[in-house]
Design a protein around this ligand. Sequence first.
Ligand code: HEM
Length: 142
Amino acid sequence: MYDILLMIHFLSLGAGLGISLTMFVLGLQAGRIPPAEFGPMMGRVGLAMKNVSIAGVSLLVLSGVGLVLVERGMVAAGGSWFHAKMVFVVGVVIAFTVVQVNQARARRGENPPVAGRRAMLAGRVALASAVAATIMAVLAFG
Ligand code: HEM
């Protein structure tokens, strides 16, 4: 059971980080693509990735909780690095929620340029927090 949860943990991490990095690299194109094209492009890609990214983040957190429930000693084994990791996990979840809320606002036409910028900024925070959580996880369990 533990191995299956760990496989889900890694696969969902790969999906989440992959999407997050893709959105970040696309966001770097802002200066090269006219705003009238850039906004709708990010909106389309964000919508296409919405369900996969929600599934990725949810499975990542659920499998992580599952790992701890199956092997309760992991929390103690991970020590302070594990607690630091949890802080960044909370950061990922909050930033990811802000991304989704702002993408939804942009889609509804509620000031799309501002909502889009906020979604992009929160996406960068989510990516940085996920990288930090990964580093903390390796320091805790590697
Ligand atoms: C943003 C969310 C998360 C990220 C990026 C993440 C990342 C990682 C990574 C990279 C590892 C492998 C570390 C290694 O084996 O060297 C790992 C393992 C682990 N994670 Fe997470 N994790 C996340 C969420 C969670 C949550 C919410 C929990 C529990 C409440 C959790 C519990 C664990 C445990 C117990 C392991 C140890 C597995 C093992 O090596 O046997 N993770 N995590």
